[in-house]
Design a binder for this molecule. Structure first.
Ligand code: B12
Ligand code: SF4
Length: 479
């Protein structure tokens, strides 16, 4: 019996919270595109399908955490689950405090808590879900309402005194088609869509068609799905696209897969069906250059491909090999040329400061960038993320204040003792920015003048700035 004499309500009530607050993200205005957390929306849909009462508080557009307190009062959840990213840890803990004051059981999940459960547990969470969350959260919520002990639930970590006790690993769902459509109605999706409409004219939404990635880049952290890979069926993806289009008038989709369309036959079938069914959606995705085969691109464009994020990373084959990218420069060139021919926007990811990189490797990257002038790009300084081979290789040389490490510094700070000082990488980033401005000016400036400016920038770099930044020592560093 409960305190008021009523029989205990055994239907679990779970409140899920995304503590990301866009207005407090220093990178938001510049880099971040706003989409709701697909993790939260899928967890909510899965729980509801299994008889759990669910509510979601998405703080993305909020001013502070007050909506969480209001939801806790109104919904009286037995469990409060919080999605975590490194950037939002402080607010995740604030949510946990509010929930515990109201007597709820608190559980954290998502990439940050999964990487360091002990930090979240010792800071106040009752449990941390590591890995795929759906089945773990369902089991936890059932155990909590029946008064059981959450100690040995697969995929869950809890504290026993000061000791972290982990349940056995949670097996992955055998098929992603088991997952219901995300529970879009649990949040104010229209706020995202109209924000996008205001800035681009399109009603954009994120969609995920797979989980995991089978590749093995040495700096990539894959805290949730590891090096596994599961793909939804084409039919399931089309259901989601149709629903978004019909219910929410979405006309532009961002496929958020780590790498979109890894299986060629699957991708071809999806593209053909999108074309046949006249879905009339534009889309963007993240791809690897080895998968962006020129003969596929025309079909991708016809199906609506407008922009591709391409993991180019470096213009030096030596560095691509050091990163274990598994890609060749010839593939980068072939993909970049084909994208340009098809009129598909390319957004390049480039990285500086990976161990072993010399100023000559940086120049090779700049030459590649100059040759193809991608419409958009980001050039970050390599961030050693715990759990990666890159991190293990430099963990004795970590630098940088805790504050810089915790913030989403946008790849602008050097966080380990690399071969060159941070100023060299900052200068290199500025050179790429200058190069991008020159490329935007193409067509407005006469070609000889443009070439003159490029040569002047190269000379300034080679003869003056780099030698000064390196204290006169421009010898390649020892590997
Ligand atoms: C798509 C994506 C984006 C999109 C959409 C973001 C969004 N709103 O979700 C965009 C481009 C906008 C974006 C932005 C950012 N992103 Co991002 N993003 C991704 C990406 C590629 C996929 C996320 C996704 O949808 N996964 C699929 C879902 C199903 O998985 P999931 O969210 O992990 O959830 C599952 C489990 O983790 C768990 N779970 C999650 N939450 C909870 C909560 C509870 C209670 C429980 C029990 C379980 C649980 O269960 C879920 C279902 O199985 C990931 C990389 C990756 N593969 O995960 C990076 C990633 C999540 N992003 C990252 C970062 C850093 C950011 C930014 C902070 C970047 C910045 N500011 O510079 C911003 C933050 C913006 C935001 N709104 O939070 C990092 C987070 C690292 C970290 N430790 O914090 C990741 C892991 C990439 C990386 N390896 O660095 N991102
Ligand atoms: S960087 Fe991309 S391709 Fe490489 S392992 Fe990570 S997700 Fe896969």
């Amino acid at each position: 019996m409960s305190a008021d004499g009523a029989p205990p309500d055994e239907t679990p009530r779970v409140l899920l919270v995304d503590p990301y607050l866009a207005k407090e993200d220093p990178m938001e205005r510049k880099f971040v595109e706003l989409y709701p957390s697909l993790g939260i929306l899928t967890l909510a849909a899965y729980l509801r399908r299994h008889g759990v009462e669910v509510a979601v508080v998405d703080l993305t557009f909020a001013r502070d955490t007050r909506p969480v307190a209001a939801a806790i009062r109104a919904f009286r959840p037995a469990v409060v689950g919080v999605h975590t990213k490194t950037l939002t840890m402080g607010r995740a803990l604030a949510v946990a405090r509010l929930a515990k004051e109201a007597g709820a059981f608190t559980v954290a999940g998502g990439p940050d808590a999964a990487t360091r459960p002990e930090t979240y547990l010792s800071a106040g969470f009752d449990a941390v879900a590591v890995g795929e969350g759906e089945a773990t959260l369902l089991e936890l919520s059932q155990v909590v309402v029946t008064g059981g002990a959450p100690r040995s639930i697969p995929g869950l970590a809890v504290l026993d005194g000061e000791r972290v006790v982990r349940g056995p690993p949670r097996p992955f769902l055998s098929s992603l088609d088991e997952l219901p459509l995300p529970l879009w109605e649990a949040i104010d999706l229209e706020q995202y869509l109209s924000t996008w409409q205001g800035s681009t004219g399109e009603r954009r939404m994120a969609v995920l068609t797979s989980r995991g990635c089978p590749f093995d880049c040495a700096w990539c952290s894959k805290p949730t799905f590891g090096r596994t890979y599961r793909q939804q069926s084409v039919g399931r993806v089309l259901d989601e696209l149709r629903e978004l289009k019909d219910r929410y008038r979405v006309d532009y989709v961002r496929f958020c897969d780590d790498v979109f369309g890894i299986q060629r036959s699957w991708l071809e079938e999806l593209l053909d069906r999108m074309i046949e069914e006249k879905l009339d959606l534009q889309f963007e995705c993240l791809a690897r250059v080895d998968l962006l085969k020129p003969d596929l691109l025309a079909r991708m464009r016809r199906a609506g491909l407008a922009r591709v994020y391409v993991g180019v990373e470096s213009g030096s084959q030596k560095m691509l090999d050091a990163m274990n990218r598994g890609t060749k420069l010839a593939q980068v060139e072939r993909a970049a040329e084909a994208l340009r021919r098809e009129g598909i926007r390319q957004y390049w990811f480039l990285m500086l400061g990976y161990p072993g990189e010399t100023v000559e490797d940086i120049s090779e990257t700049l030459r590649l960038f100059r040759k193809f002038s991608p419409e958009e790009y980001s050039i970050s300084i390599a961030v050693p993320v715990p759990g990666t081979r890159f991190y293990d290789a430099v963990k004795d040389r970590l630098t940088g204040s805790t504050r810089r490490r915790k913030s989403s510094n946008g790849g602008r700070a050097l966080l380990y003792e690399a071969v060159y000082p941070e100023s060299l990488y900052r200068w290199a980033q500025a050179r790429f920015e200058f190069e991008a401005s020159l490329s935007r000016a193409r067509g407005k400036i006469a070609p000889p003048v443009l070439r003159g400016l490029e040569d002047a920038a190269d000379a300034l770099d080679r003869r003056i700035v780099t030698p000064i930044l390196l204290g006169g020592n421009t010898e390649p560093p020892a590997a």
